[in-house]
Design a protein around this ligand. Structure first.
Ligand code: NAP
Ligand code: COA
Length: 261
């Protein structure tokens, strides 16, 4: 059941918002009354997501942009601000992943994931700042357990997401005096997402992953969205620089061994 919070009339921008967890976050804000803009690379996926989000009756805008392209994402943030007004909430969740040992990835393979996850988050935050409603806005970065659990076959993601959490902490300090809060959400394994399809591609791997979660189940997209709503709400008015795990306890046991999956 969703926490009954209202974001009526507020403006929310979700980078990487065309599918999965990020679309779930965009949906929750739209259901709670917010006007929402999303951006991702694939224009067709953006259009589909926009159509889905419009069912909730608020203003929805969609843009095609790659977070690796700093001027491109800056232009889209400007267009979105012109369309829905200064952002009360800015979510940075675009990411890429594949399983590979460090010796099995080229320099470009490593760089690609760091560019999307870490540099992309910097681009979204750096260009997004001027469009934040200040004071009062809230930035939410989508991190991962790889940020703090060293995990084989995930050198690129571990490096990138650790950087994302450090950006969260540093910019919470720099932007706190401006009345901007900055937090990360660390999702555990979330059912029916692309991230899990890549990390646990067989039914057996999925079962092993599920059994390793202390709460003995996969999480739901809506449960990550609930944390985003909470962080953006007045209930979290004194929360900044926090790395919030929403993972059924799954990161407590350390990094997974995906080579055994
Ligand atoms: P997903 O459905 O693949 O979502 C990724 C989104 O980012 C898509 O909308 C994708 O759309 C967009 N994107 C990818 N590269 C981009 C780029 N260069 N520029 C702009 N947009 C880009 O994956 P998900 O599993 O829901 O993951 C969402 C977030 O949760 C990620 O940050 C991930 O690290 C994190 N996470 C997920 C899990 C999980 O269990 N799934 C666990 C921990 C953390 P386009 O292809 O159109 O660009
Ligand atoms: N193993 C090793 N290297 C891989 C790989 C794999 N499974 N998949 C991609 N790479 C390498 C490529 O070989 C390439 O390196 P090269 O030029 O030296 O050959 C590099 O990564 C970039 O690949 P490319 O396909 O050109 O990148 P892209 O920008 O089109 O896509 C990805 C980025 C690879 C991350 C792609 O999987 C993607 O778009 N992911 C988004 C969705 C996603 O990952 N969702 C889950 C989020 S947790």
């Amino acid at each position: 059941m969703r926490i009954p919070l209202s974001f009526k009339g507020q403006s929310v921008f979700v980078a990487g918002g065309s599918s999965g967890i990020n679309l779930g976050i965009a949906t929750a804000f739209a259901q709670a009354g917010a006007n929402v803009a999303i951006a991702s690379r694939n224009a067709e996926r953006v259009a589909q997501a926009v159509e889905q989000l419009r069912q909730h009756g608020t203003q929805i805008e969609g843009y095609s942009a790659d977070v690796r392209d700093a001027p491109g994402i800056a232009a889209v943030l400007q267009q979105a601000r012109d369309a829905i007004g200064p952002f009360d909430v800015l979510v940075s969740g675009a990411a890429g992943n594949f399983l590979a040992p460090a010796l099995g990835m080229s320099a470009n393979g490593f760089k690609t994931v760091v560019d999307i996850d870490l540099n992309g988050t910097f681009h979204v935050m750096r260009a997004g700042f001027e469009h934040l409603r200040r004071p009062g806005a809230c930035v939410i970065n989508i991190s991962a357990p790889q940020a703090f659990n060293p995990t084989k076959l995930q050198a690129h993601v571990c490096a990138a997401k650790a950087g994302v959490d450090m950006l969260t902490r540093v910019l919470a300090m720099e932007w706190g005096p401006e009345g901007v809060r900055v937090n990360s959400i660390v999702p555990g394994p979330i059912a029916d997402t692309e991230g899990i399809r890549r990390l646990a591609p067989t039914p057996e791997a999925l079962q092993r992953m599920t059994q390793s979660v202390p709460l003995q189940r996969m999480g739901r997209v809506e449960e990550i969205a609930d944390m985003a709503l909470f962080l953006a709400s007045p209930h979290a008015a004194f929360v900044t620089g926090a790395i919030m795990a929403v993972d059924g306890g799954s990161s407590l046991a350390g990094g997974r061994d995906y080579s055994a999956y």
